[in-house]
Design a protein around this ligand. Sequence first.
Ligand code: COA
Length: 246
Amino acid sequence: MERARIFIDSKAISVLKAKDAPIFYVHGSGCDASIWKNQLEDIGGFAVDLPNHGESDKAEINSVEDYAFFVAKVIERTAGKGVIVGHSLGGAVAQMVYLKYKEVVKALALIGTGARLRVLPQILEGLAKKSIETLRLVSEMAFHRKEFVEAFTEFFSKNSEILLKDLSLCDKFDLLEDFKSGKIKFDVPTIAIVGENDLLTPVKYSKFFANFGAELAVVENSGHMVMLENPKKLNETLKGFLKKVL
Ligand code: COA
């Protein structure tokens, strides 16, 4: 696995790169590209550190659409067109790339995400106060497999400002009515994948996508963090989807 830096508007965007494949993984709130290690090693592709995350430069980000610009440019500069695998906030970014930069999107894998991503007010308020109990609550809600909770409480405590910023952007992200009114539908192959025990983005959110042309896959023995909690099943599901679309 190697790292590459791609300059976009004079900002360095860092990507973790495995076996060449036009697959672009986008992490969720407060995370970074390394969360996709299990997928990169098994399937290949590029995992992007969003601006202000991991090893990417800082940039002014005020909306999910601002992140989408950087992801679209990374795809344009590397494979030209690809499959976007987006998790949670990353899934919102993937939807926005699809809406604004369709020319770079071959297919979408939307993992543990939704068309609207409202956040519990107690999470936003607690993170603003840097409360360790809130960081633990986020971690507990994120994982069904409790062995991950302590490590992620610690990880999120080092990234609490960007976690709050990302969750605030999620809270404002809302395409629900645009889907319902028929303004948006998936006209590229799309799969919605969700852990059966996801408390942050419940299965209902992925089922909603299935009304607009997405295939649905529910992953057992997993909460929100499917790529870590059940990588075997997620990778199998992704590989099956990629075989059809690449
Ligand atoms: N897809 C389909 N339906 C959705 C949806 C999505 N992405 N997001 C919301 N809805 C539905 C809800 O299920 C609800 O339907 P109902 O009226 O039939 O029950 C309706 O839209 C309104 O829900 P919501 O916008 O979430 O407002 P709310 O006031 O009911 O609840 C929260 C607000 C924060 C309590 C709730 O969104 C929640 O529990 N979120 C999950 C926890 C969290 O913080 N997740 C972080 C995500 S990054």
